[in-house]
Write a protein that binds this ligand. Structure first.
Ligand SMILES: Nc1nc2c(ncn2[C@@H]2O[C@H](COP(=O)(O)OP(=O)(O)OP(=O)(O)O)[C@@H](O)[C@H]2O)c(=O)[nH]1
Length: 300
């Protein structure tokens, strides 16, 4: 069964209105668990709260939660021979799957008690998934699903702060497609969108983790690299440009890419690092496009 998908979430439909219709709970102290779960909008924290309650029903060795927004493991979890899985269903939607691991098989009585606890998690979990959906809408580019400009600004500031504090490397790559307008003008906006999707995929595959990859809008992309990844930023930039050039759609529409790279210097602010990467990108364009240029330290 497919897990509750963020894309088919009916925020203001009739099913969401059901959130206020609390069922009649039957366990001994039901309200307190629901209330505890409602204190957090973080699924990892909710899992900790739930695992404490489940631990009173049976000696749990491990508890894992899988949802459409991620997989979570309760702290202290370790593998055990017996496994019991349970789907958390609400209004015919599967919100999540729980996997309990124990030394001994879960008895029917324990299953019933767990089910009563799980029922109390349904609405807090549903609300948490709604929040995750809203966050995704606010921070993701709707075409490519990469982080958008707002997400970039936030992540860029955090990455710089952390790099300065830890005295670690940080690099910014700004990438802009070459001759992309021609694709739109000659083959239409849909063809242009397909090229943008192909570029996003090519860039994703080049990076070890795509968390640091963003689309600003138009044909502009940004990559934040930190720690050891930043040390090989120039190699990454060249790989990305090459991956885009080699994509069959980019070849078909004769789209290439130019990139500008800047490495963070001690005490440097976000605006200066961004300006240096942008300047390097402009140089790559001036040099005839389809190129990578690196900002030198005295070019701030
Ligand atoms: N298909 C599509 N096109 C877009 C989107 N957003 C912006 N554009 C187009 O992207 C193009 C960006 O313009 P430019 O950066 O001047 O295009 P370019 O031909 O790559 O210019 P150079 O960088 O000088 O090579 C414009 O034609 C915009 O209309 C989008 O979401 N989808």
């Amino acid at each position: 069964m497919e897990l509750f998908g963020l894309q088919d979430m009916a925020l203001f439909g009739t099913s969401y209105a059901g959130v206020t219709q609390h069922p009649q709970w039957t366990s001994d102290d039901p309200v307190s668990l629901t209330e505890q779960l409602q204190t957090s909008l973080d699924l990892a924290e909710q899992l900790e709260i739930f695992s404490m309650a489940a631990g009173k029903v049976l000696p749990l060795r491990s508890l894992q939660l899988q949802t459409a927004v991620g997989k979570y493991l309760a702290s202290g979890s370790e593998a055990a021979p017996s496994e019991h899985r349970s789907m958390l269903m609400l209004n015919d939607q599967c919100l999540a799957e729980l996997c309990y691991q124990t030394e001994l098989p879960v008895t029917p009585m324990q299953q019933h008690q767990l089910w009563q606890l799980e029922r109390q998690w349904l609405y807090p979990m549903r609300n948490t998934l709604v929040v995750a959906r809203l966050q995704q809408l606010a921070l993701r580019d709707s075409l490519t699903s990469l982080g958008n400009r707002r997400h970039f600004d936030d992540q860029f500031a955090k990455a710089l702060q952390l790099s300065h504090r830890r005295h670690e490397a940080c690099a910014l790559i700004l990438l802009d497609l070459d001759n992309f307008k021609r694709t739109n003008d000659n083959f239409g906006h849909h063809a242009g969108d397909d090229v943008l999707l192909a570029v996003a995929d090519a860039m994703r595959h080049t990076l070890r983790a795509s968390d640091g990859l963003f689309r600003f809008g138009g044909d502009e992309f940004a990559v934040i690299l930190t720690a050891e990844d930043a040390a090989c930023a120039e190699l990454v930039a060249h790989r990305m440009v090459k991956a885009i050039n080699q994509h069959h759609l980019c070849q078909q529409f004769e789209v290439t890419a130019s990139a500008g790279l800047a490495q963070l210097t001690p005490d440097e602010q976000a605006a200066t690092l961004f300006a240096r990467a942008d300047d390097a990108l402009a140089q790559a364009k001036l040099a005839g496009k389809n190129a990578v240029k690196v900002s030198l330290l005295n070019q701030a």
